[in-house]
Design a protein around this ligand. Sequence first.
Ligand SMILES: [Zn+2]
Length: 269
Amino acid sequence: MSCKLTQRFVPGYLDGELDLSRTIEMETHLQTCGECARELERLQALRAALQRGALAYAAPAGLRERIQSSLSAPTPGETSKRTSGWPAMQFLRPLLLLRWAGAFAVLALCAVTAWQLLPGLRGPTSDQRIEAEVFASHVKSLEASHLMDVASTDQHTVKPWFDGKLDFSPPVEDLASDDFPLVGGRLDYLEGREVAALVYQRRKHFINVFVWPDAAGSKSEQTVESRQGYNLVRWSRGGFQFWAVSDVSAPDLAEFVRLLETRIAPEPK
Ligand SMILES: [Zn+2]
C-alpha cells in the first residue's frame, strides 16, 4: 500500500470503517513507514484533544428543580403575596426565564457541536460503512492495477465469467453505444461477502459498479455522495443493490446510472 493511499485511509482506519484486509494492509504499512505513522499519531492526538476539550457540559443537579420552581404557576394567593412582598421580583421573572432559556440553548448547541465533531463516538451507520468500503475498493482497484479479473468489452463474456464464482448472477450490460463501454469485471469483497465489480470506461476515467443481492429486495431511491473527488451513487433495482463510483463528473455519473437502470429494468412503454 502506498503512502498516498495509506494517508487517505487513515481517518477511516481511526473510525474503524475499513474492512479486515485493508486494516491489515494499513497496519503492515504503518509498522514500516514513519511518515504515515506520524500522520496517524497526529490525527489520534487531534481526536484526543477534541474528546478532552470542554465541548459538552452536564447541567448542574439543581437546575431542573430551579427551572421547575420558576415555571410553576403561582396560586392567586402567592401572586398577591409576591406582588406585595417583592414587587421587583414580579418584574424580573420574564428576565429570569429568558436567562434559563439562553442557558438551555447554549447547552443544546454544545451537545450538537460535540456530536458533529466526534463522529467516531457515534460509530458509522451500515450505509456509511459500505460507502467507505466501496470508495476504498474503487481507489485500490485503480492504484493496485487490479482493475479487472476478466478484461472484455463483451457482456456475453463477462456475465458467464461470474458463473460459479458468485452465488448470484449479476446483470451485465454494455453501454458502448452511449459512450460508456464495458471493459471488464472482477470479484471484490464488500460487507463481508463476495460481490461483482463491473468496470466501465468514460474516456480516460473508470467507473466501478459493485453489484450484490439486496436483502431488502425493493426498489429504492438513488443516493448520491461525493468523497475526496469521487462521486458515488447507490441504488437498488430488480433485487440487486448497486453502487457506482468514479471520478467522472457528477452529471456524467448520473447519466451513466440512468442508462444502466434503463437497460436493467426497461421502463414500461
Ligand atoms: Zn507511508
